[in-house]
Every structure is written in C-alpha cells, then in structure tokens.
Design a protein around this ligand. Structure first.
Ligand code: SF4
Length: 334
C-alpha cells in the first residue's frame, strides 16, 4: 500500500487503485495516474463562459477536461463526468504536444482545465504545462481547492490563473454535501493562490443550504483580497439532489447588493439574461467591461471600454490579469 498525498483524503492505494477519486494507483511505491493523457473534453470556448471575467478578457480558451473528482458533491451538475466510470468516458488520448497543437489550430490563446478536478490529472497537466510554457501558452483551471499544500504549490506552478469553487465556509457543509471532513484546506489554498496567482472564486448557491452564508463569505473574501472577482452561481442541483428547489434569483441578488458595498466585482450568473455579468467601475459606476449571459454559464464579452486597464471616464484602474485579446478568424490580433 502507498498513501496518496495529492489531497487531504490521503487514500491508501494498491496496484489496482482504491482511492476515492478513482484516478490513481500505486506502482513501485509511487502514485501513478491510471489514465494519463486521457481527456473527455477539448473544445474552444469564450473564456467568460468558464468563467474567468478578469483574465485575458475576450480570449478563446481550449477547455480541457478529464474524468473523476476527489469530492462527491451531492448536487453535482457534472456527475456524469466527475463521478462516472472513467474507463467508459474518455474520448481522446493525446500527448501534450497534440493538445497544444489542437489549441493552436482552433485559435485558442490559452488552455483552461475545467469540467472536473485538475488534481485527478496532475501529472498529465504538468506534462502539458512544460510544453505550453515553452511555447508561451498560458494555462488556467477551475478547481475545488481541496488539495494538500504540496499539491497547491504544483497547481500554482502549472496554472497562472485559477478559479476556486468555494462552496461554503462551514465544515458541516463539506461533511454533509461534499463528502470530506473540512473546508479548511480549501480556505488555506485560496489564500495561497490569492498571493501567488490570479484568483477568481465561484460559489454555487444551493437553495436553503448555503444561501444564508453569502454575507459571511463576502467578509471572508474581503479579508483575503477585496478586488477578487466572485462569481455567485445559481446552481440547478442534479445528481443526488435533482428534485431540489432552484435558487431564488431576486432574494439572492438582494443579499449580494449589500455585499457589493464591500466587494466591487461580484457577478451573479448561470441564468440567461443576467444583469449582473458586466464589470462596473468602482470609481464612477460606469460599465467598463460588458458581457452577456446567453445560456447556462454562457458568458461572452460584448464591450470593452478600458484603455490599458484604466476607466476612460474616471481614470480608476481595474485589476485584470493579461491583456484584452482580439480576434480575426482563428488569429490573435495584437
Ligand atoms: S487525489 Fe484521489 S487517490 Fe489521491 S488522496 Fe485524493 S481522492 Fe485519494
């Protein structure tokens, strides 16, 4: 038996596997990926749809996903890929250079690992990073943040921009709904990424379960970095909670209005026509980056009114990671 230290579950692994995520096995005292370089998802998307709102605005991203997750969220909207049998799910088995080549051919400026959890494909993603960094392709990810400190350091090296899903700030929520003991590793890693990476945070709201935590979460994010973009996500529960209530848009937004007094970059999405997906200048209140939410996640940039990140009306600087990316067909226009 070998203990896997990639996340705080510390699963004992044998040559067949046996870990909670189903992604690793032990060979000669080493933890190995069961399905290296296997992907379920590879498609070009707007970076805003992932969502990243303050990183490379307007860019096209290669959205990469594998299979498996180290959490088991009862409401998971992606359980088919996150909790299914990986051996039946993979569509592509591609080495790093082919993934990067596919990104280039589909006109992608960056590669973002989303869909499921990057800690379950750690070694393959490190392999991609080595080639992508050499060719100047930035990488980002969505993650649940539930990983050991050592893994957070590795994730931080691979991905320059990171969106952590903060589901709750209570251990009892993580125990009851995510299948792990504590939120503490997530909170520690959020602080670490906030210092070392471009960080955005996403909170899926599960009606009557975590909507009453919004104000406390806002205080926590404020204490870490008040200009952190925070995506509040109207979750339509599935998997073990598919008959649960849908979050109430107006009531949630009333609570967010109070929080916006502290955090200037709170977004509220995952429903068509959301009015809260554009960036307003904290200085003068004008729309400085205009987006639409045209489907579920579905964010898309439709207007950019900044010059070198500066509001043209009042001169306030808006924190962005990377420049606005313009396109002509499949080519980036510098
Ligand atoms: S990454 Fe997977 S195998 Fe490793 S400790 Fe976490 S759940 Fe267990």
């Amino acid at each position: 038996m070998v203990e896997c230290n990639i996340c705080p579950r510390h699963c004992p692994l044998d040559e067949k596997g046996g870990g909670a995520c189903g992604a690793y096995y032990a060979e000669k005292n080493e933890v190995k990926e069961k399905y290296p370089h296997c992907w379920t998802t590879m498609n070009a998307v707007h970076i805003e749809s992932i969502p990243f709102y303050h990183a490379y605005p307007g860019s096209r991203s290669l959205l990469l996903g594998s299979s498996g997750c180290n959490l088991d969220c009862a409401y998971c909207s992606n359980a088919y890929l996150a909790r299914g049998d990986p051996s039946n799910l993979f569509k592509f088995n591609l080495p790093p250079e082919k993934v990067i080549d596919y990104a280039r051919k589909t006109g992608c400026h960056n590669i973002v690992f989303g869909i499921n959890e990057p800690t379950v494909s750690l070694h393959s993603l490190e392999d991609i990073y080595r080639k992508a960094a050499a060719g100047g392709t930035p990488m980002g990810c969505l993650t649940n943040g539930y990983m050991t400190k050592e893994t957070a350091e590795r994730i931080s090296r691979i991905f320059s921009f990171i969106n952590v899903s903060l589901k709750s700030i209570s251990d009892s929520f993580y125990k009851k709904y995510a299948g792990v003991h504590s939120v503490q590793p997530v909170l520690e890693n959020i602080k670490y990424f906030s210092i070392n990476n471009h960080l955005e945070i996403t909170t899926p709201i599960v009606q009557n379960i975590n909507n009453d935590e919004i104000e406390e979460m806002a205080d926590l994010i404020y204490s870490i970095n008040p200009v952190t973009p925070w995506h509040v996500f109207r979750l339509l529960p599935e998997y073990k909670m598919k008959n649960w209530d849908y979050p109430a848009i107006d009531a949630i937004n009333r609570t967010l209005e109070t929080a916006r007094g502290k955090l200037p970059f709170i977004y509220f999405s995952n429903f068509v026509g959301s009015k809260w997906v554009s960036t307003l200048c904290p200085g003068c209140g004008k729309v400085v980056i205009e987006r639409i939410n045209f489907s579920g996640c579905g964010g898309k940039l439709v207007g950019f009114f900044l010059k070198e990140n500066i509001c043209s009306s009042c001169g306030k600087e808006i924190p962005l990671y990377g420049k606005r990316v313009y396109w002509h067909g499949m080519e980036v226009v510098e």
